[in-house]
Design a protein around this ligand. Structure first.
Ligand code: ACM
Length: 551
């Protein structure tokens, strides 16, 4: 009898310790009411997938397996103990969801499957961040009630795969980091001076030649030398399809970026006739070391901005339209990013055909010619039912009629675009460039700058200069990850985590629920989640945060 009493007391104590575990959901939900009591998730718990939620049930099992090492049986309908997924017929915000945990059931209800998916991401965080050992288990989670929806429609993360190439396995992992933190867009930067990374069947040399460089500078620009290592890689169209499907399964839209008219060295190395001066050697950045042949057109081996940009000729436009046709066949996204940033006009100033084009079209100057270039590409993409996004330089010389602007050189470009009633995605360098250092004591090479966790956390995507009528043009924001100084997946993870988690609250959590002190206290649990994901992360954020707070 004494033994039975002891077991009951122990069981009660275990139950209450587990129930006392603090609930950490990042991004913090809009409304969350904790209740007394708990729900016990066990190996006997079913997922009850109502009509239309079968895919989300399968996704829940994929995440349970990946994170915790188990799956649950799925049944179509029925009452009783289980995790119910159900679509609601009323109208509500498209990504909203209700998550209720009662003694007998977890229910995730939403008006869209995307809402169900977001609810699943919250549910996964109710499970303590530990792999489950064995096949029989009981996991206690607190009873609660959540109603949640995002603050912003566009919640993006970007990855540059040109400066360094990341294989499909890592890109999928990155998409999971995006999905698990309730972002909804992956901006895939696929072409640049240092490598062309997407197979284009009509132009095989883009990847055969443009996908590879003969070396890379060593250390911080201009570098202490050149490693002389043949470096590169690209995604086949089959791989791209696989990644697009992987993302779509997780309700993530991929926006591909095909850079123009600048950052075109790799394309020009493959097809020199795309240059204003096809017979001129590629310019090597001052003070940098070069490996191998330096004659003719070459894929760049150093970072920076280069003058050899696409010549605005009929041949170039036909090339770009053909490339974009293949890109559109692969990516269903409404938006196609066409770059537009950092296109020096030196060559266009000297190029006779460029000057003729300026005169014939009554353009003011080379900025006008860039605007003509972007207008022409926009017209083509619009005719195929797509819209362009460009970096804020596309404002120069006049914005194309339906363009969305990605404001990166501060917020000014975004403010100007919103004032012209154009949609805007905020990516200002000082707040959301996750290639910047996150500590003043950085012991690995980064591009520079200083954007600690608190700076990202406190970012507000709607600039105070915009009134409510104009604020609606701000679709959201995005973290940018340029990879000059990120040669491996673990370095990307180190740079984005936990700053990406801070950004998830900027984009999802309403202003009145954001709280730096609460977020800071939740970091240790967040770190445990990163460990569960098998992700590297910046482990000193708490110290850095303490230093920041004491200032
Ligand atoms: C950019 O960072 N060049 C858009």
């Amino acid at each position: 009898m004494r033994k039975i009493c002891f077991i009951i007391i122990m069981a009660f104590m275990m139950q209450s310790t587990q129930a006392q575990r603090k609930v950490v959901i990042i991004p913090e939900p809009v409304q969350m009411n904790l209740k007394n009591g708990s729900f016990s998730l066990s190996n006997a718990t079913h997922i009850i997938a109502s009509k239309g939620t079968e895919h989300e049930a399968a996704m829940l099992n994929i995440y349970l397996k990946e994170l915790y090492g188990f799956t649950l049986p799925v049944k179509k309908a029925g009452k009783g103990h289980g995790i119910l997924l159900a679509l609601l017929k009323k109208s509500d915000k498209p990504e909203s969801y209700h998550l209720d945990v009662t003694k007998n059931q977890v229910s995730i209800k939403a008006v869209t499957t995307q809402g169900i998916f977001e609810g699943i991401q919250t549910f996964l965080q109710l499970i303590p961040p530990k792999k489950i050992e064995g096949t029989t288990f009981h996991i206690s989670m607190p009873q609660l009630s959540i109603y949640d929806y995002p603050a912003f429609k566009y919640r993006g993360m970007h990855l540059d795969v040109c400066r360094h190439f990341f294989d499909v396995a890592f890109v999928k992992k990155y998409i999971d980091y995006i999905a698990m933190q309730k972002f909804n867009t992956f901006h895939w930067h696929l072409t640049d001076d240092q490598g062309w990374r997407i197979e284009i069947k009509k132009y095989p040399k883009l990847t055969e030649v443009g996908g590879w460089r003969n070396g890379t500078i060593i250390g911080h620009y201009p570098g202490t030398g050149n490693d002389g290592i043949h470096y590169g890689g690209f995604y086949t169209q089959e791989q791209i399809k696989e990644v697009v499907k992987y993302a779509a399964d997780r309700h993530i839209t991929i926006i591909p970026e095909i850079e123009m008219p600048g950052h075109a060295s790799a394309a020009i190395a493959a097809y020199p006739e795309l240059s204003s001066f096809p017979n001129m050697n590629t310019q090597i950045a001052k003070g940098t070391k070069w490996a191998g042949d330096s004659t003719g057109k070459q894929v760049q081996q150093a970072w920076g901005v280069f003058p050899d940009i696409f010549v605005p000729s009929d041949n170039t436009f036909t090339f770009l339209e053909n490339v974009l046709d293949e890109v559109m066949a692969l990516f269903p996204s409404k938006f196609i990013h066409i770059g537009g940033d950092e296109a020096p006009k030196d060559y266009w100033k000297k190029c006779a055909s460029c000057q003729v084009l300026i005169k014939e079209n009554g353009l003011k100057n080379e900025e006008g010619l860039q605007s003509y270039f972007i207008h022409r590409i926009e017209k083509y993409l619009n005719s195929k039912g797509r819209n362009i996004i460009g970096w804020d330089e596309i404002l120069e010389g006049g914005l194309a009629p339906n363009a969305t602007v990605m404001s990166w050189r501060g917020e000014e470009g975004g403010i100007a675009a919103a004032n012209q009633h154009h949609y805007v995605i905020m990516t200002p360098g000082q707040y959301v460039y996750l290639d910047h250092s996150q500590t003043k004591h950085e012991d690995s090479v980064t591009i520079g700058g200083y954007t600690p966790l608190i700076t990202v956390y406190n970012y507000k995507p709607v600039p105070k200069e915009l009134d409510t009528a104009l604020a609606k043009y701000i679709l959201g924001a995005q973290g940018n990850v340029w990879t000059e100084y990120m040669a491996y997946p673990s370095k990307v993870e180190y740079m984005v985590l936990p700053r990406m988690s801070a950004l998830s609250e900027v984009l999802w959590t309403p202003e009145n629920k954001k709280n730096w002190n609460r977020f800071k206290e939740e970091l240790p649990e967040l770190y445990e989640r990163y460990q569960l994901w098998g992700a590297n992360y910046f482990k000193n954020s708490l110290n850095e945060a303490a230093n920041q707070a004491s200032k």
